[in-house]
Write a protein that binds this ligand. Sequence first.
Ligand code: ZN
Length: 282
Amino acid sequence: MKLLRYGPAGAEKPAILDAEGQIRDISSLISDLGGDALSDASLDRIRQADISALPVVQPQRIGACIARPGKFICVGLNYADHAKETGKAPPEEPILFMKAASAVVGPNDDVEIPRGSQKTDWEVELGVVIGTRAKYVDEAQALNHVAGYCVVNDVSERAFQSERGGQWTKGKSHDTFGPTGPWLVTRDEVANPQNLALWLDVDGVRRQTGNTNTMIFGVAHLVSYISQFMTLEPGDIIATGTPPGVGMGIRPEPVFLKAGQVMTLGIEGLGEQRQTTVEARA
Ligand code: ZN
């Protein structure tokens, strides 16, 4: 299933994309797409419903496909070819950092260039959405705790990330730095999360091309690994790292975003996003 949220920011309703590509409201089945509504039992209930009887809607806006994630966990340098372009050695264990959950926005919402930013950058990533609580899970069981997958743009301000002291969080957490969606594609429809093509364009110029088959640590390993340190809860999102082609990796000179540019990005089978960059608003 492809599940989504539509409507004005802060007042989204849950929906499903039907076989004809129409969006149908599922408010009669779940109150929102997040938390316990992502359990296998809840998703089965949606699966068994008569979708054709649900109201078709034609929304002006698609929201983030997950409501209020408790945690937005990111994995750094997780593609062998991206680690190489940053000049850093591939990590021996997954690098984890957090993005503020308040950074999450819809897939086609504007992305803000923070005040004083010189180095706002893009990162297309496979997002993994947790469906059931995971604590100390084995790699063999890990994918059973995943509700599904989505596209994430892990927007990053490189100077805030690496030149302002401390951890990466400052450079990853500005409002709008987490476009998520358009759909949550349930795990039964993603035969192999380790063989998905990813791409990102800026103003129509292809910048990132990759495939999840060059991840250093795969999804099952990451879910199991993270669950050794913290409990993964329903609705938590894991952004699993970015393939090569980020702005800071461009030679001879890095390229960064300014207001008025357009990012388009997508992942095979998971849909596409489109964001326009704007000056930050208070
Ligand atoms: Zn990232």
